[in-house]
Design a protein around this ligand. Structure first.
Ligand code: ADP
Length: 269
């Protein structure tokens, strides 16, 4: 009789523990949702005033309200540059919060990946200006059909290129290569630089939110540590994969693999 009571008692304890655990999980989910909502509302609310600060600074720089003396010009440039940094931080947080919440902001389209990559290359022009870096862009002659959200994919490649430029000292090289691997039904984009490189121990962490290597912080190279977290989020949302290989002091290669879109086969005749 003793045994039966004991068994019943342990069953009760177990059932209660499971029930409590389920309640805790539900509560954590709720809090996680609240966090996503909060981050996305705040980022969204920051965008409007930031845009108007940047717009006003641009009007001043364009001389729309008269000429600025060099000191004024310099100060307004500081306002504009830092405004742009804040805006892009708000955009980054918004994108991550939206993706955490499982949301999609845009429609998926049929794309030629070459077009997306060309846009990214064009958008690092300003980062390359004034730098002494050799660049090499290698795109195939044939279209590379994928499906995806063009602005997000462009953002991913732009982030990789911006990093390559940022972490490579003058005299170095930055390259991008796009290839199709039809046998694997994938497209591969590789961004290679001859820059600082990443320690083996840090390779796993570079995709974490807000992670910045010690070297980068010591050298006071600007950044938020969100760039690669965003690249990974975007690539994974496209059923792709991102890899990195690096040798400290010699350079890094980031490779993005995306599934090719199945194109209807053309029948002869
Ligand atoms: P951020 O560039 O804003 O610091 P990222 O998320 O883009 O943030 O990168 C995280 C960290 O990974 C960087 O701070 C740097 O330490 C390392 N890293 C990223 N790309 C490169 C690269 N091309 N070469 C060397 N280190 C890199």
């Amino acid at each position: 009789a003793h045994d039966v009571t004991d068994t019943r008692r342990s069953q009760e304890i177990l059932v209660n523990a499971l029930r409590r655990e389920r309640q805790v999980v539900a509560r954590l989910r709720e809090l996680d949702h609240a966090k996503d909502d909060f981050v996305s509302t705040v980022s969204h609310e920051l965008r409007t005033p930031m845009s108007s600060i940047i717009g006003s600074a641009e009007m001043l720089l364009d001389g729309l309200v008269g000429d600025l003396d060099p000191a004024q010009q310099q100060l307004v440039e500081v306002v504009e540059r830092n405004g742009a940094r804040l805006l892009s931080l708000a955009d980054d947080l918004l994108l991550l919060a939206t993706s955490d919440a499982g949301g999609r902001t845009e429609q998926t389209q049929d794309l030629d990946l070459r077009d997306v990559v060309r846009e990214s290359i064009a958008s690092v022009d300003s980062a390359l200006a004034g730098r002494r870096l050799e660049t090499c862009w290698d795109l195939p002659d044939q279209p590379v059909p994928v499906s995806g959200e063009p602005s997000h994919l462009e953002r991913a490649f732009t982030n990789l290129l911006t990093n390559a430029v940022k972490f490579t000292p003058d005299g170095g090289q930055v390259a991008l290569r796009l290839r199709q691997a039809p046998e694997h039904r994938t497209a591969l984009v590789e961004v290679t630089d001859t820059g600082l490189g990443i320690d083996a121990a840090e390779l796993d962490q570079v995709f974490d939110r807000f992670y910045r290597s010690a070297t980068v912080q010591e050298q006071a190279i600007q950044g938020t540590g969100l760039g690669l977290a965003i690249v990974r989020t975007i690539v994974e949302a496209h059923d792709g994969r991102i890899d990195v290989a690096s040798t400290p002091g010699q350079g890094s290669t980031f490779g993005v693999t995306l599934p090719l879109r199945r194109t209807p086969s053309v029948r002869p005749g």
